[in-house]
Design a protein around this ligand. Structure first.
Ligand SMILES: [Zn+2]
Length: 263
C-alpha cells in the first residue's frame, strides 16, 4: 500500500515537472530579440558597426504595439510603429560587455521582457586584432607557396642543363604525380610532388625549358611511354644546324655587296 502511494506521488511530480518545463518553453518561444549586422564586424560575441535590433515571434492574435529596446536594462529606443526595428552604431555606446534586451507591449495590454543577449562592443583595435587573426594564417600560406614556387624554380634551373642532355625518347623515371608534356618544348617531364593541382590540370614547371604551365598529368606508364616516344618526332621538326663553311659564307657576302654596288 505504501509503495503505491509513493509511486503515485512520483508520477504527480513528473507531471508537474513536465508542465513547468512546458510553460517555460512556451514563454521563451514567445518573443526573441534578433541582432542583425548591417555593416561592420561580428566575431562570436564581439560586434562592431551598424546593427539592427528587432523582436520576432509571439502569439499571432496579440499584436505588438510598442517595443522598448534596452542596453543593460537602460532604455535605448522606443518604437511604437511597425516593424518596430531599431538601428544603432555600437560606437555610440561604451566599449565592453553589454546586455541587449527588449520590452514588448501588446494590444491586449501584456508587457513581456525578452530574454537578453550578451555582446561585447568591440574597439577598433579589437576588430583589427581579430582580422589579423584571420589574415595571419592566409599570409603564412601565401609565404609558404612563394617559398615552394621559388625553391622549385631554383631546383629546376639547377637541373635544366643536366636534363637537356637526356636524349629524345629516352626512358625516365617519374614521381607519384606522373609526368606531363611541356606545351613549349614538347618534352615529357616528371611532375614534382609540390606542383599545384588545379582540378583536371597540374600547374608545374618544365624541367627541360623552365616553362610554368597548367598541364594535363599523365599517370599511367603506357601514357608516359607513348609521350616519350612522341618526343622523337621533335628531332625532325627542330631546325638542323649545319656546319657552315666560314670561307664560303664570307665570299657570298662579298658577292652580294659587290652586286649592290654595281646597281
Ligand atoms: Zn619545356
Amino acid at each position: 500500500m505504501k509503495k503505491m502511494k509513493w509511486l503515485r506521488s512520483l508520477a504527480l511530480a513528473c507531471l508537474l515537472g513536465l508542465l513547468l518545463v512546458g510553460t517555460a518553453l512556451a514563454q521563451s518561444a514567445e518573443y526573441r530579440l534578433n541582432v542583425n549586422r548591417n555593416f561592420g564586424y561580428g566575431g562570436g560575441k564581439q560586434i562592431k558597426g551598424l546593427f539592427t535590433l528587432s523582436v520576432v515571434g509571439g502569439p499571432a492574435d496579440d499584436a505588438i504595439t510598442k517595443v522598448t529596446y534596452l542596453l543593460d536594462g537602460q532604455e535605448m529606443a522606443v518604437k511604437e510603429q511597425s516593424p518596430f526595428d531599431f538601428q544603432f552604431q555600437t560606437e555610440s555606446y561604451p566599449y565592453g560587455l553589454h546586455r541587449l534586451g527588449a520590452r514588448v507591449e501588446t494590444a491586449s495590454g501584456k508587457v513581456v521582457e525578452v530574454a537578453p543577449r550578451e555582446y561585447e562592443f568591440a574597439t577598433a583595435e579589437q576588430e583589427s586584432q581579430a582580422v589579423t587573426g584571420i589574415l595571419g594564417p592566409i599570409g603564412l600560406i601565401v609565404i609558404i607557396l612563394m617559398v615552394i614556387g621559388g625553391g622549385s624554380t631554383l631546383w629546376t634551373l639547377r637541373h635544366k642543363e643536366e636534363n637537356q642532355r637526356l636524349p629524345l625518347g629516352a626512358s625516365r623515371s617519374y614521381g607519384f604525380k606522373g609526368g606531363a608534356i611541356c606545351p613549349r618544348c614538347g618534352r615529357v617531364y616528371p611532375l614534382p610532388w609540390w606542383s599545384f593541382n588545379l582540378l583536371t590540370h597540374v600547374y608545374a614547371q618544365c624541367s627541360f625549358c623552365g616553362k610554368w604551365a597548367a598541364v594535363v598529368p599523365l599517370r599511367s606508364r603506357e601514357a608516359l611511354d607513348a609521350a616519350e616516344k612522341a618526343e622523337l618526332a621533335l628531332a625532325d621538326s627542330q631546325p638542323v644546324l649545319k656546319n657552315h663553311d666560314g670561307e664560303a659564307e664570307k665570299r657570298e657576302q662579298l658577292e652580294d655587296s659587290r652586286y649592290v654596288d654595281e646597281v
